[in-house]
Design a protein. Structure first.
Length: 154
């Protein structure tokens, strides 16, 4: 029977004194590796073929990538700003996001998000007409996803 204060891995030690010394949040790191592998594979696919597939009723995938990119970016910035070496990492991109991924998304997306007067605004790729104003980046990303979905429903 496991004691209340016993390590979760079953090694018999008290919490915090694990014999295995595996990080408590080991799944976090395994998930990062899974994300890295999937993104590398996606970027090696034929962009024209993927674009055609997404345009043929699979806009949900664009929505998932958009929100995933936002979530990963939030975690990245949180971790960088809360580490003792935060300043030295600020100029680096997350290692699990291949170079050029954000540029690829910008090419595929017809609209953009900008920070303006404390809000997040959605604008067309060209021009400064405001399509929507939101208090959070996540809300602006949801509008972008809705725009992309509506384009592919036609």
């Amino acid at each position: 029977m496991k004691r209340i204060t016993e390590c979760g891995c079953g090694c018999g030690e008290m919490e915090g004194g694990c014999k295995d010394k595996e990080p408590q949040n080991y799944m976090f790191f395994q998930n990062l590796q899974t994300i890295q592998h999937a993104v590398e594979e996606l970027l090696n696919m034929d962009p024209a073929q993927i674009d055609a597939m997404l345009s043929n009723g699979h806009a949900w995938a664009v929505d998932h990538i958009t929100t995933s990119a936002d979530d990963i970016e939030e975690v990245y910035h949180f971790l960088v700003s809360n580490t003792k070496h935060g300043d030295s990492y600020n100029s680096q991109k997350p290692q699990f996001v291949p170079a050029g991924f954000q540029n690829h998304l910008k090419q595929v997306m017809g609209e953009r998000i900008e920070r303006q007067e404390g809000n997040w605004v959605v604008k067309p790729k060209k021009g400064n007409h405001v399509l929507g104003t939101h208090p959070t980046k996540k809300a602006a990303l949801k509008q972008l996803a809705a725009i992309e979905i509506s384009k592919h429903k036609k």
